[in-house]
Design a binder for this molecule. Sequence first.
Ligand SMILES: [Zn+2]
Length: 398
Amino acid sequence: MDFHAPPSGPTAVAAPAAVVDSESSGPSGDEEVAVEVGVDEVLDPKPKKTLEEAESREHRMTHLPKNPHCEVCSKAKMQRKPKRSKSSKPSAAEEAKPQPTRFGEQVTGDHFIKGGRDEEEGPFFPCDTVAVVLYDRGTRYLAVYPKSAKNTADTIAAMQRFAGPKDKIQRFHSDNAPELTSAATALKWRLATATTGMPQTNGVAENCVRRCKEGGGCAIVQSGFNPKTFWPFAGEHFCFANNIAIVNGDSAWNKRHKKGRFKGMQFPFGALVDFMPQPDVRVESMGPKTLPGVFIGYHVNPGGEWSGDYLVADLAYFRENPDVVRSKVKIHRIKEAVPILDGKFVFPVAVWRHERLLKADNFDVPAEVEEVEPLDDVDLLDIDVPRPPGCSRDVLVA
Ligand SMILES: [Zn+2]
């Protein structure tokens, strides 16, 4: 399997080319990296569901679309009957409206609710995690903000991370949950009223929640980490991966930031990496300068810009107990991470978890989802696809 080296050079070491310095990089300094998507990165809009595709980096970043050859997909993806909701069908007036194209034109918001609200809950979902899911329709930029409480202050904080100081949210759609409404009002996001509201948009917001749950669940299964305490990282990694993925020739990342494709290294959640710890971490002076770790995610600034830093958990903490909780694990924020084993991704914690399962150690391993008849293509690649005129749009599943 070929590992895609970063565009910065042929060496294996990631030298993040897109370290964003919000202080010094003015709008004029970014011209030379303007929108450019190489032909070689254009994924087939409908990736073939082969074993090779199941093992590819692209698939392991997001697990989209569901692949029958992928063990993670078949363990983690929900089995549910496709629902077609009347409310997801656009009205004639909606059809006539132009699709949003710029960031902030139309944003949807919804919450994960503690305990879930329907049959979608499964063993890989964070039953005690509350999160805000925000989605920009113009750019298809998706973000999840896990929080321990569902209140206005947390919701405002999430919205401020989603939209940076320079972003203007022109219209905000939600199911009118009070904390979403009051947070949006506090930030002067214009609320879509009942008359301008689009029934279809609620379906989109709900799809985003479902998409996050499913994507985060796949990341948890793939990594083998403790589901409850690592879910927030898993969900955030999924959204980040979803945004940088090239779909139909472009990424949400580029559409939002206008700086071309994502320039950093792409590591699947839970993948083994070598990393250079910060100077304050002591490494045996005679030994190697790097430590083994497992990839957790990307450090993101308010406004969705990548800081240039990666988040890696020290592997040592998982050796004794692969189910170790997040608070007991040291997480490093670092500039460089190197894939181990010649670019072939391995997920050591998942392997250890499996070994313990075989030894019948009594610890909390999520039960596997029973295999029932597979879903067909309701597992759409896009949450919200702008479709060519004349196409039916009722494939959105609420
Ligand atoms: Zn998969």
